[in-house]
Structure formats: structure tokens, C-alpha cells
Design a protein around this ligand. Structure first.
Ligand code: CTP
Ligand code: ZN
Length: 154
């Protein structure tokens, strides 16, 4: 007999499924969920997935995600699927899409970059590209290239 781990279905809110394993805590952080949050949240880490081997899942009751959060999730968990739930039914299901360009999301580590000047700093802007399934970003202003994007989220 097949054994399956099930987390309860939710009535209203967002299910983020197929999260690259190990990234669920980061997804919670992106959603602004911490010890003070009142939402009902469930999550699973490193569960079996037919498609991915292992995956993480995050379910948040009563919360819907915005464009900025969606872009951040795409950068750190590019295989994630978003399910919008209303009255227990899936109203929308879509895969996150890696944005071509992000503004005000990543911080440039180059101290001399114009985005890091103390007076009149410029809003950060990065182009996003993929090499062999790994995601990188390049600063529009100084050309600095970033990997490990989760370490550079603003
Ligand atoms: N889900 C939920 N509450 C609901 C409906 C769905 O928590 N009221 C969750 C399911 O547990 C699952 C995800 O939303 O984690 C997607 O549901 P569904 O499309 O039914 O599952 P799958 O067919 O396995 O999804 P996929 O095809 O995206 O792998
Ligand atoms: Zn820069």
C-alpha cells in the first residue's frame, strides 16, 4: 500500500506547491510570516514528489500573494506552483515565472554601485538569466553578477 503524507486542505488562501526542497522557510519569510503572524499556516519540507524527488509545500489561510512576492518566490523556488483557493476549490493554478528583470528586489553587493550611494541612492535593477538551470542576476548599473540570489534579497 502506498503511504502518503497529507496536510489538511484549506478553505481560502494560497497553496504554494512544488517548492524546491529546503526553500519553504524562505518562502514563509517572503510572505512576511513570522512569530507574530495570526494566519493559519502549514508547511511540509522534503516530502516525496513524483516530479521532483523531494519538494516543500506551504499553505496559508486567508492570504493572497502580490506581484512582488511572486517574483521573489520565482527567484528562489523556480519550480513552485501557486494554487489560489476559494471555498475549498482551486480557482487558479499557475507556475511561477522567472522575471526577465527585477527592480527593488535584489541588493547589489558592490559598495561602489550607484544603488548603494548614501545620498540619493538609485533603485536597484537586475536582469535575470539562466545557465544550465541555475539562475543568475546582473546589475544594470555596475554589471555585478550574482548567483545564490537568496543571499541578496532586499
Ligand atoms: N489544496 C489545498 N486545499 C484545497 C485544494 C487544494 O490545500 N482546498 C492543495 C493540495 O493539497 C495540493 C495543491 O493544493 O497540495 C494542489 O492541489 P491539486 O491540484 O488537487 O493537486 P495535484 O493534482 O497533486 O496538483 P499538481 O497537478 O499541481 O501537482
Ligand atoms: Zn550594482
Amino acid at each position: 500500500m502506498e503511504e502518503r503524507l497529507t496536510i489538511s486542505k484549506i478553505k481560502e488562501g494560497t497553496v504554494i506547491d512544488h517548492i524546491n526542497s529546503g526553500k519553504a522557510l524562505l518562502v514563509l519569510k517572503i510572505l512576511g510570516i513570522d512569530k507574530n503572524s495570526k494566519e493559519t499556516v502549514s508547511m511540509a519540507m522534503n516530502v516525496e514528489s513524483k516530479k521532483m524527488g523531494k519538494k516543500d509545500i506551504v499553505k496559508v489561510e486567508g492570504k493572497f500573494i502580490n506581484e512582488d512576492q511572486l517574483n521573489r518566490i520565482a527567484l528562489i523556488a523556480p519550480s513552485a506552483t501557486i494554487n489560489i483557493i476559494k471555498n475549498y476549490e482551486i480557482k487558479r493554478k499557475f507556475k511561477v515565472k522567472i522575471p526577465k528583470k527585477v527592480e527593488g528586489i535584489l541588493k547589489c553587493p558592490n559598495k561602489n554601485c550607484i544603488t548603494n550611494t548614501e545620498r540619493e541612492p538609485v533603485k536597484t535593477s537586475f536582469s535575470i538569466y539562466k545557465v544550465d538551470n541555475e539562475i543568475f542576476a546582473k546589475c544594470l548599473y555596475c554589471g555585478k553578477k550574482l548567483s545564490e540570489l537568496e543571499d541578496h534579497l532586499e
